[in-house]
Write a protein that binds this ligand. Structure first.
Ligand code: 3HC
Length: 460
């Protein structure tokens, strides 16, 4: 595979078409395969659209775009893959379908060819055993948008040959990607951490705790993420998200954090899959609704920081005028309303935030509010993953920065916030909800007791 002369990509949906572009950009000839002519044209249009966009931004010359597209041979069916050195499968996330495709590839491809799956969460081992060469089957998990995100998770099974893993690592370098090699566990590193957070965000929305726009603003501006969780789910596709969650729930020990929020399932049933269908949490291709008109003020607001809001409200003689205010990154202010807070107080707090250049995010009165309530459990999940010896501190940090565009990895963030602060926050959330998934990881408590950070030598 190191001397690869041609590769095949099977399935030209968002991910498959993106993977075709990654190879073609690196100068590798690609045989791009789909099941029928319609799907093939959709895949071709995706590649043309993406490369045209790069040309319009001055990132690619028209000549280089033409050369890139010229490296791709679009075919229907699998028979043209007989001579390629590597096939990357990117068909929909269903085990039966993937096993069928690998069974066919095993009959068609030359014996030396490596067969790779871009599965997000399914067992690569269960896919590998349907072939005549389980030792030459590997996971190559790219991230959406594939041409942009630097990470590739290289998933080795218990039977993958070491030479195939080494070749995959060399391939990633050739593609200008960073390969992180890990074992075959549901959701691997990035999805296992990302989807608990995304699912919790949808649950927050579903419960009416915070609105769609406020939720996304809180995590984009308040936590510094490249996009809010609902925008990201629309990018990934809610159908993909649901498959990933269901698989992780079933394969990953029935962790409640991966039990898909009912709203996701309902939206998938209704065909609201996100960008690809024009509507998910947002609508695409139509003008955005005008921002909510500010309500009239009409009250003085008592601002309370860093306490449970209802207790402070009860201690005052004007509980309806009390809100909590928590600022993140000098960009977002969570405006916390208790069960007694009046609409006028919330409107006045919004106005105060706007005057100070802060985006107000109105939410209910719960531990962690929005930003910490979503951030801390994700950090806790990363500690649990480290505790289970699934991946190293560096690999987990790389997965989130290079796979999901996070400004810092979870351990970098834990050390920056302070493990003690995160531990206290988790304890408060756990006591309030008694949700097992929020119980602090023992390793987190131990490091706090020891007064150590996560990126110290002993944990590397
Ligand atoms: N295809 C190709 N290139 C794209 C693209 C696409 N779909 N979308 C954006 N880009 C490129 C743009 O051309 C631009 O490149 P340039 O700087 O060379 O001109 C660059 O990416 C930045 O794009 P924009 O300026 O339009 O927009 P943003 O700055 O907001 O970046 C983003 C867009 C890169 C998508 C960024 O918001 C981001 O990193 N979001 C997080 C994405 C993420 O988490 N992905 C992982 C999802 S999980 C997954 O895929 C696993 C799976 O198993 C479910």
């Amino acid at each position: 595979m190191a001397e690869m002369t041609a590769v095949g990509v099977v399935g030209l949906g968002t991910m498959g078409a993106g993977i075709v572009e990654v190879f073609a950009r690196a100068g590798v000839p690609v045989v791009a395969s789909e099941i029928d002519g319609t799907a093939l044209e959709r895949g071709r249009a995706h590649l043309v659209g993406s490369t045209d966009r790069a040309v319009s931004r001055g990132r690619l010359s028209p000549e280089d775009r033409d050369a890139l597209i010229g490296r791709v041979r679009f075919v229907v069916g699998l028979s043209d893959l007989a001579d390629v050195d590597l096939v990357v499968e990117a068909v929909p996330e269903r085990l039966d379908l993937k096993r069928l495709v690998f069974g066919e590839l095993s009959k068609i491809c030359k014996p030396s060819a490596v067969l790779a799956s871009n599965t997000s969460s399914l067992s690569v081992t269960e896919i590998a055993v349907t072939t005549d060469r389980p030792d030459r089957v590997i996971g190559l998990h790219f991230f959406n948008p594939a041409p942009v995100m630097k990470l590739v998770e290289i998933v080795r099974t218990v039977v993958t040959a070491p030479s195939v893993v080494a070749d995959a690592q060399a391939l990633c370098a050739r593609l200008n990607k960073v390969g992180v090699t890990i074992g075959d566990r549901a959701g691997f590193v990035a999805n296992a951490l990302l989807f608990g957070y995304l699912n919790q965000a949808v649950t927050m929305l579903e419960s009416g705790f915070v609105t769609r726009d406020d939720l996304d603003a809180a995590m984009k501006l308040g936590a510094g993420l490249p996009m809010g969780p609902l925008t990201l789910l629309d990018l990934i596709g809610l159908d993909v998200g649901l498959e990933v969650l269901d698989t992780m729930y079933d394969r990953g020990g029935r962790n409640q954090r991966h039990a898909a929020a009912p709203l996701i399932r309902q939206m998938v049933t209704a065909g609201l899959l996100g960008r690809k269908t024009g509507r998910g949490f947002y609508t695409y291709g139509t003008p955005a609704p005008s921002p909510e008109a500010p309500a009239d003020g009409g009250t003085d607001v008592v601002l309370v920081t860093d306490e449970p809001v209802i207790a402070a409200a009860m201690a005052s003689d004007r509980p309806e005028d009390v809100v909590g205010l928590h600022v993140h990154r000098d960009a977002v202010a969570e405006v916390v309303r208790s069960v007694l807070t009046g609409d006028a107080a919330v409107a006045a707090a919004r106005a105060v935030c706007a005057e100070r250049g802060l985006v107000p995010v109105v939410c209910g009165d719960r531990s962690g509010r929005v930003v910490n309530a979503l951030l801390f459990p994700y950090l806790n999940d990363a500690v649990k993953m480290l505790e289970a010896s699934y991946a190293t501190v560096e690999d987990i940090d790389h997965a989130m920065t290079l796979g999901c565009g996070y400004p810092a990895g979870p351990f970098e963030q834990l050390d920056a916030i302070g493990p003690g602060v995160v531990l206290d926050g988790l304890r408060a959330m756990y006591e309030e909800t008694r949700e097992p998934g929020l119980a602090p990881a023992p390793l987190l408590s131990q490091l706090v007791t020891a007064g150590r950070g996560f990126r110290s030598e002993s944990l590397r």
